[in-house]
Design a protein around this ligand. Structure first.
Ligand code: BES
Ligand code: ZN
Ligand code: ZN
Length: 497
C-alpha cells in the first residue's frame, strides 16, 4: 500500500520564468477588482498578450473576489493566469487555504500530466504561508483509481512565492507536513475495504511509521484474546479477517505533557447482524477515519519534532454478519473487566473504542482525545461538515475547539447530560451499549466516558465530516477528507513544551 502522490512543493522569491500557470489573488469588487500577488513579469506578460491593463483583463473576464472562485486567463503562448477570489478584505488563513486549493484544482484541468504551477498570493506572514501550502497541496490531492490504465497526476510541481521570507518558508514547510498527513488519512479512507482490512491496515500503520521516531506495536487476535479485549474481539468476530489493535508511541525528550489519541478503525461497517440498509452501508469504508487520523497525526507530530508525548491507539475490526458474529443481547467482558450488554451490533464503534480507552488509561496520560465516526445521530444534529465535541472536562473541550478553529476545521460542542449514563443500565450486565435513539451521539459519548476513569477526556464524533459525498470544495476532496488530522496536530502543538 503506497503513500498518496502529491506534487512537490518548493519556494521562490518571485515567480519562476518557466511555469505553466501562475495563481494570483483577486479582491475588491467586480467593477473594481484589486489584484493581489501578481509578479511584475507576469503582469507584463498578460498585458502584452491581452493588450490592456491586468485589472481591465480581470474585469472583462468576470474575475470575482468570492473566495475560491477561479478564472483562467491566457497570459502568453505557454502561460496561463489563474485568478482566484480572496474575499473583499484582507484574506484570513482559512480563506487562503480555500483559495489556494481551488486554484490548484482548477489548474489541474490545463493538462493531463506534468504541470508546474506557481502560487503567488502575497501570503508572506507565517500563518498565511502555512495555509497556502496546505491548500495548494490538498487541492492537488486526488485518489488515483485502481485501474489497468495509467492515471498520472496532472500537477507535478508547485512553486509557492514567499517573497524570500524565511519565516514564511518555515511555516509553509510545517504546512507541507500537515497536508501530507491529511492526504495519508484520506488515502487510507479511500482504499476499498477488500484491500484495507484490519491486518493490512495494521501493516500500513507500521510502514507509515518506518523512518520516523514513532514506535509501533500490533496486537493480533491471539494477543487480543490473551489481553481480554472483549469489545474488539466481539465486533471483529463476524469477519474472517481478524481484528488488530495498533499502538504507536512518540516520546521525545523534554516533553511535559502526555497525550493519548484513540481512533475508531472499523474497516467496514455493515452493521453486523443488525445489518444496515444498502444506502447507509455504501459509504461505510469510511468507518476507520478516526484510526487513519490518529495514525497520520502521530507521524506528523513526530516529524515536526513537537515536544509532547503521544500514544496513539487504533482498534481495527471489520463488522460483518455471519454465524460467528456477535449478537444483540450478547454480554461482553471488556478490557479491564466491565461487562456490557450489546444493544445493537451496529453500535460497534463504542465497543472497540471502550477497550482502547480502558487500555490507554493504563499509560497514565495527562489527557485523552478520541476520534470516531461514531453516530449517525451526530450527523443529524450537526450536518455533514461539522464534528461534535464532547468530554468530561470543559477546559479540554475548549482547547480542542480552539485547536480546530486554528486548523480550519469546523467543530461544535455537544453536552453529555449528567443523567445520560442512567439510560445505559442493563439488567444483565454492568452497562448496556445503547441508550435512547433521540440524542444518540450523547449516549454514545456517555458510554465511552465510563472507560476513561478520571483522566481528562474529549471525544470527537466525525461521522459527518469524515467522508464527503459531494463535489470537491476548497481543500476538501470527495471521499475521505482527513478530518481531525489538522486539529490533532494543532492540539499537540498547543501542549508542546
Ligand atoms: N459507523 C456508524 C456511524 C456513522 C453513520 C458514521 C453515518 C458515518 C456516517 C456507527 O457504527 C453506527 O452505525 N451507529 C449507529 C448506532 C445505533 C445503532 C445506536 C447509528 O448511529 O445509527
Ligand atoms: Zn455501526
Ligand atoms: Zn461504525
Amino acid at each position: 500500500m503506497s503513500a498518496p502522490t502529491l506534487p512537490s512543493l518548493s519556494f521562490a522569491k518571485t515567480a519562476p520564468s518557466r511555469t505553466d500557470a501562475v495563481v494570483i489573488g483577486v479582491s475588491g469588487t467586480a467593477e473594481a477588482p484589486v489584484v493581489i500577488g501578481a509578479p511584475a513579469a507576469v503582469t507584463k506578460a498578460v498585458e502584452k498578450t491581452q493588450g490592456r491593463p491586468l485589472t481591465e483583463v480581470l474585469r472583462a473576464a468576470g474575475a470575482s473576489a468570492t473566495v475560491g472562485t477561479t478564472q483562467i486567463i491566457l497570459a502568453g503562448k505557454d502561460l496561463r493566469l489563474i485568478a482566484v477570489g480572496l474575499g473583499e478584505d484582507e484574506p484570513t488563513p482559512p480563506q487562503l487555504r480555500t483559495a489556494a486549493a481551488s486554484a490548484v484544482r482548477a489548474a489541474g484541468s490545463l493538462a493531463d500530466k506534468g504541470l508546474s504551477i506557481t502560487v503567488s498570493l502575497a501570503a508572506t506572514e507565517p500563518e498565511a504561508a502555512q495555509a497556502v501550502a496546505e491548500g495548494a497541496l490538498l487541492g492537488a490531492y486526488r485518489y488515483a483509481p485502481i485501474s489497468s490504465k495509467d492515471t498520472p497526476h496532472p500537477v507535478a510541481a508547485i512553486t509557492q512565492v514567499t517573497g524570500g521570507k524565511r519565516e514564511a518558508e518555515q511555516a509553509a514547510t510545517y504546512g507541507t507536513v500537515v497536508a501530507k498527513a491529511i492526504a495519508q488519512a484520506r488515502e487510507w479512507v479511500n482504499l476499498p475495504p477488500n484491500l484495507l482490512h484490519p491486518a493490512t491496515f495494521a501493516e500500513a500503520a507500521k510502514d507509515h511509521a518506518r523512518d520516523s521516531r514513532v514506535a509501533v506495536e500490533v496486537l493480533d487476535e491471539k494477543a487480543l484474546a490473551k489481553g481480554g479485549y472483549g469489545g474488539i474481539l466481539s465486533v471483529g468476530g463476524g469477519s474472517s479477517r481478524p481484528p488488530r489493535l495498533v499502538r504507536c508511541s512518540y516520546a521525545p525528550r523534554g516533553a511535559k505533557t502526555h497525550i493519548a489519541i484513540i481512533g475508531k478503525g472499523i474497516t467496514f461497517d455493515s452493521g453486523g447482524l443488525n445489518i444496515k440498509p444498502g444506502d447507509s452501508m455504501s459509504t461505510m469504508k469510511c468507518d476507520m477515519a478516526g484510526a487513519a487520523a490518529v495514525l497520520a497525526a502521530t507521524r506528523a507530530i513526530a516529524e515536526l519534532g513537537l515536544r509532547v508525548k503521544v500514544t496513539a491507539y487504533a482498534p481495527m475490526a471489520e463488522n460483518l454478519p455471519s454465524d460467528t458474529a456477535y449478537r444483540p443481547s450478547d454480554v461482553l467482558t471488556m478490557y479491564g473487566g466491565t461487562t456490557v450488554e450489546n444493544g445493537n451490533s451496529d453500535a460497534e464503534g463504542r465497543l472497540v473504542m471502550a477497550d482502547a480507552l480502558a487500555r490507554a488509561t493504563e499509560d497514565k496520560p495527562d489527557l485523552i482525545l478520541d476520534v470516531a465516526t461514531l453516530t449517525g445521530a451526530c450527523m443529524v444534529a450537526l450536518g455533514s461538515d461539522i464534528a461534535g465535541v464532547m468530554g468530561n472536562d470543559e477546559d479540554l473541550v475548549d482547547q480542542v475547539l480552539a485547536a480546530a478553529e486554528s486548523a480550519g476545521e469546523k467543530m461544535w460542542p455537544l453536552p453529555i447530560p449528567e443523567d445520560a449514563v442512567g439510560e445505559l443500565k442493563s439488567p444483565v450486565a454492568d452497562l448496556k451499549s445503547t441508550g435512547p435513539r433521540m440524542g444518540g451521539a450523547l449516549y454514545a459519548a456517555a458510554f465511552l466516558q465510563e472507560f476513561v476513569a478520571d483522566v481528562d477526556w474529549a471525544h470527537l464524533d466525525i461521522a459527518g465530516p469524515a467522508f464527503r459525498e459531494g463535489a470537491p470544495k476548497g481543500h476538501h476532496s470527495t471521499g475521505g477528507t482527513g478530518s481531525a488530522v489538522a486539529t490533532l496536530i494543532a492540539l499537540a502543538q498547543s501542549y508542546a513544551s
